[in-house]
Design a protein around this ligand. Structure first.
Ligand SMILES: CC(C)(COP(=O)(O)OP(=O)(O)OC[C@H]1O[C@@H](n2cnc3c(N)ncnc32)[C@H](O)[C@@H]1OP(=O)(O)O)[C@@H](O)C(=O)NCCC(=O)NCCS
Length: 182
């Protein structure tokens, strides 16, 4: 039986009985972070540039996403296409133009969120994640939001260290990601 993370709307629609059903299971503890949306001057690591994402990059984005997230969390083409339509999408590129990272950010009810951040494994620890996060915060500040929120896995030490270094603070409590039959 294939499982995938349930969306907030699917969870909201569930009855208490359904939450006890075998079709719903918890998978991973998540932690939420928030940061004030603010401006920062960015200096890209040498040879790296950020650019507005193109819908034509979907195959390259999927490749980076699948290299960065385990199957349960990785986007499929249809889901990703929806996010690329709805969210602000930024690509990070190496000198040869190859897509090596990306972010997806959105605004809902006046609150900004960083929905996705990924850097290709071979290009990590060079400051790319930092400039992608700072770019996302700055763009959301431009859009008039006060705070940016995000969630990540409790076990994701790399992401948690990165978010802390970018000024995010941890919100109290632990969230649990629920799965639903795909
Ligand atoms: C999390 C991620 C985006 C970091 O990208 P990155 O380009 O390596 O990040 P940076 O080089 O800007 O790192 C900035 C700081 O974050 C911290 N950090 C990054 N990776 C780390 C790791 N593996 N272990 C500990 N700290 C880490 C460090 O403090 C680092 O500064 P330093 O290199 O000077 O010590 C990348 O590891 C990734 O894509 N992971 C898989 C996808 C993911 O987890 N996305 C976010 C969760 S939703």
């Amino acid at each position: 039986m294939a499982l995938r993370p349930a969306t907030p709307a699917e969870i909201a629609a569930l009855s208490l009985e359904a939450l006890n059903d075998d079709a719903i299971g918890s998978v991973e503890a998540l932690v939420a972070y928030a940061a004030a949306a603010s401006w920062k001057v960015q200096v890209s690591p040498e040879g790296m540039t950020l650019r507005e994402g193109s819908r034509d990059s979907i195959a390259a984005v999927l490749a980076v996403d699948h290299a960065c997230f385990e199957p349960l969390w990785a986007y499929d083409r249809r889901l990703l296409a929806g996010y690329l339509e709805a969210d602000r999408f930024v690509e990070a590129c190496a000198t040869d133009g190859e897509l090596v990272g990306f972010t997806l950010t959105g605004v809902e009810a006046g609150q900004g969120s960083l929905g996705r951040l990924a850097v290709a494994p071979a290009l990590r620890r060079q400051g790319l994640g930092t400039i992608l996060v700072e770019d996302a915060i700055r763009a959301l500040a431009w859009q008039g939001v006060g705070y940016v929120t995000l969630t990540t896995q409790v076990e994701n030490a790399a992401a948690r260290a990165l978010y802390a270094s970018c000024g995010f603070y941890e919100l109290p409590g632990t969230l649990v990601a629920l799965t639903i039959e795909a």
